[in-house]
Write a protein that binds this ligand. Structure first.
Ligand SMILES: NC(=O)c1ccc[n+]([C@@H]2O[C@H](COP(=O)([O-])OP(=O)(O)OC[C@H]3O[C@@H](n4cnc5c(N)ncnc54)[C@H](OP(=O)(O)O)[C@@H]3O)[C@@H](O)[C@H]2O)c1
Length: 248
């Protein structure tokens, strides 16, 4: 069966590494991004240069209409989705709770939680046996923050990842008999541009000596776990989480 993956937030970081790896493994890849079309197009060009197939798909995953339109375009250009990687996520300036506003909290939750739900919903409609689909696999990119809580940094972000974990558990049970596996990964401290959004681009280097493995992680190390969870090698794995936090 043809393998078609959608990776949200694939213009850089963990999503980019995942899109490139899945393309190497024979998936046609939908490269979702929100605004950086130049970076997303470079990912698509890299995949095509390796002999793969990919399309850039602009959509804000927090926007229901844009998510529906993105899935329609994916279907039209690559065919039925077999693998979804919910990866696009945001966080804001490091802060204690006194400075968290409703607008900020809702912004984090609408991307990191509602966006994941909407993409799961659209994927399930195509993959599930009860809708005539052939099954598939979903990986939700959570965070070690769901366990650690990110005190003094971004408890709102950590709480959104707690919700992602509950989504993963609940949906895995809901669709297990529909031929769909749903799993999660919890990265810890990975070298990406996300930390600059929190106001500390060098955050991984600051904390690395405190980690059991005494180093930060690379995006490819997360991508490899995601690709394994999506693969037939993980055919009896659902509702599971892989920790990628160097032992933290
Ligand atoms: N880096 C870490 O240490 C770490 C640790 C634990 C968990 N994670 C999780 O891993 C995932 C990827 O993180 P990263 O570090 O690779 O992040 P990143 O480098 O900041 O990249 C984020 C990606 O998400 C896209 N994006 C953001 N908001 C979006 C939206 N509303 N709709 C569609 N795309 C959107 C961005 O696209 P544009 O540039 O076009 O906006 C970009 O491609 C996130 O879920 C994050 O929470 C990361």
């Amino acid at each position: 069966m043809k393998k078609v993956a959608l990776v949200t937030g694939a213009s850089r970081g963990i999503g980019k590494a995942t899109a490139l790896l899945l393309a190497e493994q024979g998936y046609d890849v939908g490269v979702n991004y929100r605004q950086d079309h130049i970076a997303a197009n470079k990912v698509v060009e890299a995949i095509i240069a390796q002999g793969g197939k990919a399309v850039a798909l602009q959509a804000d995953i927090a926007d229901e209409e844009q998510v529906v339109a993105m899935f329609a375009r994916l279907m039209a250009e690559l065919g039925p989705i077999t693998a979804l990687v919910n990866n696009a996520g945001i966080l804001f300036q490091q802060s204690t709770i006194e400075n968290l506003t409703a607008a900020r909290i809702n912004n984090v939750l609408s991307t990191n939680v509602t966006g994941y739900f909407l993409c799961c919903r659209e994927a399930v409609k195509i993959m599930s046996a009860r809708h005539g689909g052939n099954g598939g696999a979903i990986v939700n990119v959570s965070s070690a923050a769901a366990r650690l809580g990110s005190p003094g940094e971004y408890v709102d972000y950590a709480a959104s990842k707690g919700a992602v974990d509950t989504l993963t558990t609940g949906l895995s049970l809901e669709v297990a008999a529909q031929g769909i596996r749903v799993n999660g990964v919890r990265p810890g401290f990975i070298y990406t541009e996300m930390h600059a959004s929190g106001g500390e681009a060098g955050r991984v280097d600051r904390v690395k000596s405190l980690l059991p493995m005494q180093r930060g992680g690379e995006p490819i190390e997360v991508a490899q776990a995601i690709s394994w969870l999506l693969s037939d090698a993980a055919s009896y794995v659902t509702g599971s989480f892989i920790e990628l936090a160097g032992g933290k």
